[in-house]
Design a protein around this ligand. Structure first.
Ligand code: FAD
Length: 496
């Protein structure tokens, strides 16, 4: 071994889950080491430079800075302001020739919903309940870092919650669809709208998403939505600087190859043949990746946890740069529903999500050009066994998507394309090491109780988990909350 170093805490992976945990600990004077396998930090909420443009790696929509929301809690705790620019409207949904604008203002959005889906009193009832549940969920989740409870004292901690908020709990047992039906909504088009809105925010459809999760998911467009000048990597770099200014380190291109529990803590070995020691380890890699770096009892635990999730989505993503030929004031984000005529075995989702760079963002590309990130859900497994057919199928799907954009995205024209390339679940497994190309966390499901989620605390002293495969799940706000939760959990369990 080349060298050996000791830290107070090692974070494996620099996604937003790992970065938020690392910065909270760095604030308290912990000597933190973040080990990142990729060439840049940020994982699925990062950015990369290619052919003159900066593309987002995965996530494009950003919320979480409103009252009680995780990124606000993080900013307040650290005393920083992350780089961001508010946008409005939050998104446009293209469905059956309609352009449904998801305005941030709740009343304006309700009017828009009624214009497109009718049934005014049912719509009003549904959205009013969704906003009320969502508000409580954000408030309660930010105040309960010890959830799901792991020990008796955690249950006592739950008793500190405001008893007036308990009314939302039964919504863990009803699906979004059930609640919409109960509100009196009969319009089938609305249910298609709901399904696809939930697919991007809960990874599941309206009949399988518990309303308790679904309410914040479908109202996330009513939070303040942001974009980051230069790409999401700027937000991650801000946190990286915060950690480094407090004596911490972030090593890129240094993959963790093994994690061994010893009496005095953990030994972490990396692809650079280095060994690091720390009494505390926070792992930000997916639960199903943990089996690859552990042995013995730790390995058995992670194999058991991974087996609970036998299905997750993959993504076919594209980076496209074009000249700016889009209508003025057009939304930055577009969910484009596609019909059966556009679907194939490899393009099986019901919608495509397109995000444009901000028209004033001249960091991501030269003035007069726009950078597009496109993504759609795919079954990841089928991309791994295509052998000689892989390149052809990938090129075909890319062509299909471009054709759909020509038909359905206002202003998009083939002759304006300057750069276009695509990534499949195989790429995702290679560049951010998402096992089997599974991204976006674990789909919400009616049959999984809140208590079934893999908790942040493992049964192994000093080993904690953050990220989108553990509670509270996917998305930048979700993984940031997991980082915050781990910080409070460690504060409770370990004296520095
Ligand atoms: C296409 C797509 C679109 C999305 N859109 C949105 C959106 O618009 N808004 C939103 O909020 N969320 C969105 N999401 C979800 C969101 O991006 C993720 O849930 C979140 O970023 C995951 O963060 P994380 O901290 O769990 O892990 P990751 O971002 O996966 O980070 C884990 C890190 O660990 C590193 N790593 C892995 N193995 C090792 C190892 N052995 N050693 C060292 N490092 C390792 C990886 O390289 C990676 O950097 C999207 C996701 C995808 C894929």
């Amino acid at each position: 071994m080349k060298n050996s170093s000791s830290y107070d805490l090692i974070v494996i992976g620099s996604g937003m889950g790992g970065m938020s945990a690392a910065s909270m600990f760095a604030k308290d004077g912990y000597r933190v080491l973040i080990l990142e396998a990729a060439h840049a930090p940020g994982g699925c909420s990062s950015s990369y430079y290619r052919k003159g443009y900066t593309f987002e790696s995965g996530a494009t929509t950003l919320i979480g800075f409103d009252e009680h929301q995780p990124l606000r809690i993080l900013e307040d705790h650290l005393g920083i302001s992350l780089p961001k620019t508010a946008i409005e409207p939050s998104m446009t949904v293209h469905l059956d020739g309609d352009e449904i604008v998801r305005w941030q203002d709740q009343d304006r959005w309700l009017k828009e919903a009624i214009t497109h889906f009718g049934e005014p009193s049912a719509q009003k009832k549904f959205w009013s309940l969704a906003h009320r549940v969502s508000k409580v969920v954000w408030k309660v989740s930010g105040k309960n870092p010890l959830f799901p409870p792991q020990q008796i004292s955690d249950w006592f901690h739950l008793l500190k919650n405001d008893p007036r908020d308990v009314w939302v709990l039964p919504y863990a047992l009803s699906s979004v669809k059930e609640i919409a039906r109960r509100a009196g909504i009969t319009n089938a088009k609305f249910y298609r709208f709901l399904d696809e809105q939930l697919m991007i925010s809960a990874q599941s459809t309206a009949d399988d998403t518990p309303f308790l999760f679904g309410a914040p998911a479908i109202t996330y467009t009513n939070s303040t939505n942001y974009t980051v000048q230069g790409g999401l990597i700027e937000m991650v770099k801000h946190l990286q600087r915060y950690v480094e200014e407090r004596g911490g380190e972030l090593h890129t291109k240094e993959k963790v190859t093994s994690l061994d529990q010893k009496e005095e803590g953990y030994i972490v070995t990396t692809s650079k043949n280095r060994r690091y020691r720390a009494p505390l380890v926070v792992s930000n890699i997916p639960v199903w990746n943990m089996g690859d770096i552990t042995t013995g009892k730790v390995n058995e635990y992670f194999k058991k946890e991974s087996a609970k999730y036998d299905r997750a989505w993959g993504a076919f993503t594209m980076g496209v740069a074009t000249t700016d030929s889009y209508p003025e004031n057009m939304s930055l984000h577009h969910q484009i529903h596609i019909g059966k005529e556009d679907q194939t075995q490899y393009l099986q989702g019901d919608s495509i999500f397109v995000s444009l760079s901000h028209p004033n963002d001249n960091v991501r590309g030269p003035e007069g050009d726009r950078v597009l990130n496109i993504s759609t859900h795919v079954e990841p497994e089928q991309w791994f066994n295509l052998n000689g057919e892989y390149d052809r199928i990938k090129a075909e799907v890319q062509e299909q998507i471009l054709e759909i954009l020509v038909k359905k995205l206002p202003g998009f024209q083939r002759q304006n394309i300057k750069v276009a390339f695509s990534s499949t679940p195989v790429t995702w497994a290679d560049w951010v090491y998402r096992k089997k190309g599974r991204v976006g966390g674990i789909p919400q499901q009616m049959d999984r109780s809140l208590l079934d989620w893999t908790p942040n605390k493992t049964p192994f002293e000093g080993l904690y988990l953050v990220g989108d495969t553990v509670f509270p799940g996917q998305g930048i706000p979700g993984v940031t909350l997991s980082g915050i939760n781990v910080y409070y959990r460690v504060q409770k369990n370990h004296k520095k």
